[in-house]
Design a protein around this ligand. Structure first.
Ligand SMILES: [Zn+2]
Length: 134
């Protein structure tokens, strides 16, 4: 099970994530963190999906390549977190919902990289990252 804990983020990213969540709520968005850190084995299982296993492709990163797999001094230190906005307690799946743009603006204002932005190498709306390098 992938982690949803802020404490599993890179030390530099933890305060930014806290501020991000607070500003989202200030702007009327109800953010739910769905993933901070995941192990190489969990990354491998995700990578198989849509390739060797049924389902849609959900990641382009092999084990160890994802910003979610990053470690620091032997401990989880993810350089990215995945967040979905909730409306009425349910995750918003529509990429055109205005909450995504609100979250993107807030993240960019904090110097985070958002994979939903137009020039992203691939679009992944829930993915917010410390910097483009994994
Ligand atoms: Zn992600």
């Amino acid at each position: 099970m992938a982690s949803r804990a802020i404490s599993d983020l890179h030390p530099q990213l933890q305060p930014l994530a806290e501020t991000f969540l607070r500003r989202c709520r200030d702007h009327g968005v109800d953010p739910l963190i769905v993933c901070t850190w995941r192990s190489a084995a969990e990354q491998d299982a995700l990578y198989q999906q849509g390739r060797d296993k049924p389902g849609l492709i959900v990641t382009y990163a092999r084990p160890g390549e994802s910003a979610h797999n990053a470690m620091l001094y032997g401990s989880p230190a993810a350089r990215a977190f995945d967040v979905v906005p909730l409306v009425g307690g349910k995750p918003v799946c529509d990429a055109d919902h205005p909450h995504w743009q609100t979250m993107g603006r807030i993240a960019l204002g904090l110097g985070l990289y958002w994979h939903g932005q137009l020039d992203a190498p691939y679009r992944e709306f829930p993915h917010f990252q410390l910097s483009l390098e994994p």
